[in-house]
Design a protein around this ligand. Structure first.
Ligand code: HEC
Ligand code: HEC
Length: 492
């Protein structure tokens, strides 16, 4: 990664910066140089979302709050958006035309079913069908046309010819579900320098109860749990140039950490865009991510041009021929106003305030986080761009602890399934804000893209590839230092 690269920022951004950055902060554009002073907390550090932080008690509702600075007049939109997020969709035809169109194939009936309390999903307990962990599917390119479409970015993946790009375990009445993810766990022991032995668990994924015959022999599976829903509007507001300034694809500075953008050939309006959302940064905007979720997870078309049958393939003709919930010519099942409201809601779910920022153990852990090279990917802070349409999210000093870039994380974490510019070992650095509240919000501490880690230390010990050196520094720590590092993470 490259630190605090200089570039010319638009005047509006600079003005926002002057207003937002506390005296003493060293900023270039929206990138802010990491601190070197660990004797005290930094100005603003307790509010990771700046003025858009939520100051709610650290309870199970901590991720479901609007930002403190949301004007009263917009609170109603937030609440109605929340209702759309929780809305249970039903199959068509139904007497409530505004709620029908589910499926025919689906993973869940509402956004909230996976993003429970706007928190994190989990691998299924033994014997249960996975809901908040889903399997993406694709196959390697088979033809020159496939190869061209991938190279040009017209396709992010080549779908499995029968099952499409995602496995949907459930179906509306009269149709078969596609099957479900089966996970086998293998224990892996790791010995730390101080003699402590940690047992990791390595998952292997297969699909059982296939409803439509075999998968393609070269089918690639990518397991993903639902990520937490906080601070996403702030992520959307970080200037593309500020994220790209951290990229170092050839590792020019020789620190072993590269960082590449998942550039999408076609974002909103058909123009190229930076992928920011999803575990491989496959989606450029919250609107596109939400439309994709409606289509793949619930079988609902939310924008014109999308089929009402979601992920059903030509080899699933009954599925494509089933009644749908579309009204009007383009057969959109989710009215545009509902899509706008749900996007408004997820855009404004606030980052919770930090706890204990000035605690000496937290500050010691923070120093170790910086010194171990974690910030090579988990970039502490940015200043968001200015957008007159989103004044509450503009020009804020925010602390996501992510560079929003892709990194090769080694064979241990690899899914072997490329997506757009992201390779089979690549993952986007996830933001760490709010991670200390995972248990209180979601009732578990499963971390990483597939929830394999059962806590913070396991998540760190799975780091490999570009993060191998940082991981080793943690494994070599004295117990008290390791505990301080984890205490810092729990304060986020
Ligand atoms: C079946 C479970 C499921 C349902 C239902 C679901 N999601 Fe998700 N959501 C996920 C998973 C899994 C991911 C990660 C996807 C990826 O890595 O590509 C995700 C990612 C997201 C993200 C990106 C978060 C980030 O940090 O990058 C947003 C925003 C989102 N979902 C919103 C929604 C909305 C809005 C709905 C309802 C329209 C919805 N989701 C329904 C499972 C679900
Ligand atoms: C080379 C880039 C890189 C470095 C260096 C790095 N990380 Fe990460 N980190 C990632 C990526 C990418 C993921 C997601 C991997 C996955 O889900 O498979 C991740 C995931 C995590 C998670 C779990 C987050 C979640 O939402 O599940 C934690 C906690 C974490 N890192 C902490 C650390 C700590 C502590 C260090 C320093 C010792 C560190 N990381 C160094 C890139 C990095």
């Amino acid at each position: 990664m490259r630190a605090a690269t200089r570039f010319a920022a638009p005047a509006a951004v600079l003005l926002a910066l002057l207003a937002a950055v506390p005296a003493g902060a060293d900023a270039a554009g929206g990138r802010v140089r990491p601190t070197t002073d660990f004797a005290r907390a930094e100005p603003g550090e307790e509010d990771p979302g700046g003025a858009a932080t939520a100051h709610h008690a650290p309870t199970a509702r901590a991720f479901a709050q609007p930002p403190a600075n949301l004007p009263f007049g917009r609170l109603l939109d937030f609440k109605v958006g929340d209702a759309v997020f929780r809305k249970l969709w039903v199959s068509a035809p139904s007497s409530t035309r505004s709620s029908d169109g589910l499926g025919p194939l689906w993973n869940a009936r509402s956004c909230q079913s996976c993003h429970v309390r706007d928190g994190r999903g989990r691998p299924p307990p033994a014997g249960e069908t996975a809901t908040s962990l889903l399997l993406r599917l694709s196959i390697p390119p088979q033809t020159d046309a496939d190869r061209r479409a991938l190279a040009d970015g017209d396709l992010a993946v080549v779908p499995d010819p029968t099952y499409g790009v995602q496995l949907q375990p459930f179906a509306v009445q009269g149709h078969r579900g596609e099957g479900s993810a089966a996970i086998a766990w293998t224990p892996v022991q790791v010995r730390l320098a101080d003699g402590t032995v940690i047992a990791l668990r390595r998952p292997t994924y297969t699909v059982r109860d296939l409803g439509y015959g075999p998968l393609h022999p070269q089918a690639m599976l990518s397991p993903r749990v639902a990520p937490p829903m906080i601070g996403l509007g702030l992520v959307e507001m970080i200037a593309e140039a500020d994220i790209l300034a951290g990229a170092d694809p050839e590792d020019g500075d020789g620190d072993g950490i590269a960082g590449r953008p998942n550039r999408l050939a076609r974002g909103p309006g058909g123009v190229p865009a930076l992928g920011r959302f999803g575990w491989k940064a496959g989606q450029p905007t919250l609107a596109q991510q939400a439309a994709e979720a409606f289509a793949l997870d619930m079988g609902l078309s939310a924008t014109s041009g999308r089929a009402p049958w979601g992920d059903c393939t030509p080899r699933q003709p009954e599925c494509r021929g089933a009644p749908h919930g579309g009204t009007g010519e383009d057969a959109v099942e989710v009215a545009p106003a509902l899509l706008d409201l749900v996007v408004f809601y997820v855009r404004h779910l606030a980052v919770p305030a930090r706890r204990d920022v000035a605690d000496p153990r937290v500050l010691h852990g923070k120093r170790l986080f910086y010194a171990s090279g974690c910030i090579g990917c988990h970039t502490p802070k940015f200043v968001t761009a200015a957008d007159p349409a989103r004044p509450e999210l503009s020009g804020l000093l925010v602390w996501p602890y992510s560079d929003f870039l892709l990194h090769d994380m080694g064979e241990g974490l690899a899914d072997g399934r490329p997506e757009g510019r992201a390779g089979g070992r690549d993952w986007r650095t996830p933001p760490l804000w709010g991670i200390g509240l995972t248990e209180v919000v979601s009732g578990h501490t499963f971390l990483l893209h597939d929830g394999r880690a059962r806590g913070l230390l396991e998540a760190i010990l799975w780091h490999g590839g570009e993060a191998e050196a940082a991981k080793r520094r943690v494994a070599a720590m004295r117990r008290a230092d390791r505990e301080a590092l984890l205490t810092f993470l729990r304060s986020l």
